[in-house]
Design a protein around this ligand. Sequence first.
Ligand code: FMN
Length: 531
Amino acid sequence: MSVLTLNNQQPIDWAWKVASDNINTTSEAVKSALMDLNKPIYVAKSGQQLGVSQSTCDSSSESVVAFAQALNPEDLGDVEYKKQHGVKYAYHGGAMANGIASVELVIALGKAGLLCSFGAAGLVPDVIEDSIKRIQAELPNGPYAVNLIHAPAEEALERGAVERFLKLGVETVEASAYLGLTEHIVWYRVAGLSENADGSVFIKNKVIAKVSRTEVGRRFMEPAPQKLLDKLLAQGKITAKQAELSQRVPMADDITAEADSGGHTDNRPFLTLLPTIIALRDEIQAQYNFSPALRVGAGGGIGTPEATLAAFNMGAAYIVLGSVNQACIEAGASEHTRKLLAGVEMADVTMAPAADMFEMGVKLQVVKRGTMFAMRANKLYELYVNYDSIESIPASEREKIEKQIFRQNLDDVWSGTVDFFQARDPEMLARTQSSPKRKMALIFRWYLGLSSRWSNIGEKGREMDYQIWAGPSLGAFNSWVKGTYLETYTERKAVDVALHLLKGAAYLQRVNQLKLQGVSLQQSLLNYTPN
Ligand code: FMN
């Protein structure tokens, strides 16, 4: 088959001309032209064949029958996103709890003009503060973000996080796990508002809100609610002027529509969630006419150039990655985990109980290959649902979980749990006194909590219990990079990965442009391979 063939009965006759001796017809030449993203491609006849040229000429020569624009990775996505966040690319490395989205990851991506959120969730305040200072030392002018996670059961943590962010001058937070707004996130946002000389509102504290539901999305797309502003005014945390300015801006600059992702997820398909959140944005933007306009990004499921391009073509302002980044060398995951992640296929993920919301039956997406965590955690949840206390679990079952899962007597687990909560949250312990079921939950949460830590630090002998969050995007990524240098886990640098995804999306967009003008391309030209 020819490298390029024209299917159109009536080819488009573009006004451009190319010199006959400047048309290349070989597969290698066409590939190299397609890869040369900085220059346009002109398809024209060369004898009986079709070929490509990357420049036009004024006189004579061949008519151009198809054209693809110059399209660089930095051209993708929303211009205002890049401007407001001071980044080169419309990309966001999503937060990954317990420092999996590590200081190193944030710095590496930031230095390359890619925004990434530090994974502050689950870390103690002093560690968060120290990490922010390390990031600020390397990226004094950004870009970087820090995760602000809503913790319904631990309000003090959320308040403390905002206090530190304001003190340290953190100018972008990725707000996640919110079910509605809290005074803390409103405080962060509104305390950073002032008026520019031209009367417009200056937003110092930027918010990227991650949502998977419209009702939560709406809260972040609208201005701050008066009730919470009044509370903050009464505490002297914001000024009357700031409260007034807050009514002219949305609560968040960016809304990430989080589809089926690693970790906490509603498992919504990206193809349905993104247009739904975009439609909501359009409705709210039309109502308020914010400037700059509200933006919607896409996260969950993105691990290939195809998915990247789909997101941008569906109107995403930027893309968000998580699972794929955990498998990169800068991530705060152990070597064992990163190696395992590099071999994960799309169907090697499943839902398992979440430590933080175990009692509510909340699940999150984890790896099920090379670790028995999901099976074991699901077993614990089943026992939790079926029995009212540790004492009512049949002896044979208890023995089994003590031997296989806890590797110690449950009484010993309980005394360790008591020590832990006495230091962290004594109220939680008090509540177990009247509720043996609650005590059982805390004992089971010992396993759920530690298993993540084991994965991050590479605890020897506990590999089969590693709790590793990941979504199907990782398997898709692994299939795409099979046979390339990125198949090797030690070669996965987050910047490389991000740039290949964006380059690949630009490449595919150019292929699509040619296809839409009736050009069929040889199979080997249809995909972008990282090398
Ligand atoms: N999102 C948060 O907002 N806070 C977190 O603490 C957090 N932890 C995560 C930990 C891991 C290991 C993973 C894989 C994801 C986590 N996420 C968290 C979600 C990511 O920030 C990102 O939105 C998501 O992974 C994108 O979908 P993907 O997994 O398909 O790439």
